[in-house]
Design a protein around this ligand. Sequence first.
Ligand code: TA6
Length: 297
Amino acid sequence: MTRHNWPTLPDSVSIEILEGDYPVLKIANSLATAKVALHGAHLYQFKPKGQDPVIWTSETAVYKQGKAIRGGIPICWPWFGPHQNNSELPAHGFARNDFWVLNEAQQLESGSTLLSFKFNHSENSKNLWPHDFGLELTLLIGRELKVELTMVNLSNQEQNFTTALHSYFCVSDIKDISIAGLENTTYIDSLQNDERFKQQGAIRFSEELDRIYCQTPQTVTIHDPGLSRAITIEKSGSLSTVVWNPWIDKSSNMNDFEIDGYQRMVCVETCNAGDDIITLAPNQPHRISTTISVQKL
Ligand code: TA6
């Protein structure tokens, strides 16, 4: 039984313990509702008042220690994707695979709720990555959703990181949406031996798509005529953007991916991945953030 210490919670935040001593936070304020698992500091529901849900999570997601929830906004750190040298290590690092600590919960005058979580090096983490570190994740939940990850290198030598706020978004139908903002940029195609191509026009989907768009600090927008809305993804501290949809075969091979779920989701991830590696000197911090908002079309 893992022991969790809780700070004082505002009325807009409550705790539910799922089976297997798995705490989740339920947030309900005047602007939005959300759910965040302590495991991975993993936001997995976000619904602004009067809007359709914005963040997608599989109905067959698994909520247990050691396994990232399928959907929401997994925190991929200290590496993105498969580990470069050791396939035994978990894909997308280990920060999403264990419990964090809720450090602070505040209800702001603005109506938004501020949550802050911490995750520091431990005996467990040292088995996977032999360096001291400190992570803090801040969530600002209101009409918009702001997610900010601060990483500090607490070791006595320079460290390299790749990372992602691996956001899954709800869409009406993957075949009907388009993604704007990455036109004429270069992407690494993970499905074509990491070859590089130039993005022609908006991104549309008719098959599995898995791309790292390099040198793309800009804002990206998901246009969804089926829901008469656009989802705007602004970011800072992020030089790359990953766009992913697993399509039929890959999603059907994942037990935690609901049947045909690929039709109702797309990942637009706020990253430093591919060529965009973050190098931190001892005690140097790095901050990456994304701000997600919805506009009527
Ligand atoms: O971000 C895209 C990606 O790297 C895909 O290649 C796919 O592996 C996806 O992440 C999901 O990874 P996960 O380890 O969460 O199943």
